[in-house]
Design a protein around this ligand. Sequence first.
Ligand code: MN
Length: 581
Amino acid sequence: MGEALATLRATIRKWSRADRKRILEAADAAQQAHLGQFRASGEPYVVHPILVAAIVASSGGDTATVIGALLHDTVEDTPVTLDDIERQFGPDVRNIVDGCTKVAEVRVSGADALEAARMRKLLVALARDTRVLVVKSADRLHNMRTIAHLPEAKQRRIGQETLALYGPLAGRVGLTHIKAELEDRAFAVADPQAYAAVQAELHTPELRQQLDSAMSTLSNHLRASGINGSLSGRIKMPWSAYRKAQSLGIPVHELHDLIGLRVIVPTVRDCYVALGAVHSLWGPAEGRFKDYIARPKFNRYQSLHSSVLGEAGTLIEVQIRTPVMHAEAEHGRAAHRSYKNADPDEPAWLRRLLDDHDEEDGEYLHAVHRELSAEDEILISTPNGDTHILPAGATVIDFAYAVHTAVGNACTAGEVNGLLTPATAALHTGDRVHVLTGRDGPPPAEWLNYAVTRKARTGIKAARRRGEQAAPNSCVEARDHDPDLTLELPLVGILPPDATRQRGNERALLEVLVADRTGILADLASAITQAGGNIVFSSTTVLPDHSGRDLFDVACAHDQRRDIADALEEVPGVTAVNFLD
Ligand code: MN
């Protein structure tokens, strides 16, 4: 315990006397509260919050956040209440501890209502004050550092959760340092074999030699060009190398950008001078230069990035930045300021996830993970110059729904930078998009394969549900008006022709005999759809006694045929179901 406290004291030794005093008071309060509690390692429990506080302090956290870290487990595990905390340490600390307590545990494996509710709570707490995320990330990091004391299965679960949720979240608010260590430790326990294999591919003498040689060449060149600054080099981290290799479908050692160099120079002007020097030494790779100084990333990250062709044709990513940019890149801004609800700086990704809540729970969790796994955001503008921020990979469809749900529903195509473009096309940052509208009927199901934002996906599904209800009912009406006619009506609107391609490895031709009942056709159609079939065509014959014979041509998997017939037999009013093929 003394050792943990010494670590914390050392971290804050340059802080003001008043801040240090408050922090040590909070350490005392934590010690009292957790007295008699122990961790799995056998240590006194309070060692954990003290070391979490040290991580927060060294990540740029302010005094309230450090104190929040010291007390983050008290309300949940001890008799201490939020009112006690507010009385002694003020409302800011209370809010931080409250946020941490509310989001005590979010699991990512489940897709049930409980997990979705927890996820929403987490995001709401973050929207109120992103300092909660600083404490949660530090908490998770200390737990990852001490995870060896837990059983293996639990280690794996916690590792997976960290990779899916806490690592990306830390990255979202720019806690780069914490994100990197979290993901490295989590990968090691989530998939020990893959981790070892990637490590072996990254830690080869050849790669090490390439890095050393690139560093000495560049540092000589920068010095000769009269540039002051510092240079560091690194080999890609296992988790990001693994992810990238997986997404490209190649082994890790075939990745081109395993080596990265970072130049830190005193001023912004020096950054551009250094860039010129780098490009005079190594040619830039086509289309691989990014000026995040002139145009910062969504989390306000600033740097110049250029991928250059180094010795022997290896691709090297060079980052150039000032010391101030470097400090912000490592620690993020989340530690320094809270995002109030009305704050225009509330991160766009967070607002997107909090915007509407009307989706089923499983879909909500997927939306969160889809959002978090997008590495970047893109900025799109309307012809009038209004801008919308969307996740990378967003399409014209997403943009149309971002403008307005009605625009999304009516969207037919887009005019992207003046060129006619399909609605399913992906957009890029800086695109100017005019949405072309004029659709009759609901958007095609196929759009769900292209829409990445929650707003678009919710909009498409809602419009399709309305469309599906409308179409069969109109057929039933036609029958009611003219009972003696034999109707041959395709059920337009139940599915677009494309949908058959996705599922339809087989067709089933079904005959359904029914007694007279208003709305029965709609029930039959929905029974088929729910059992996994897609209606390609249907016809209805109404007999003079008002009983009927419905034929359905259904696209489905072979093993769904029986399910579909069973589902049809369950519909009230059905007297017989036969396969005609
Ligand atoms: Mn904790």
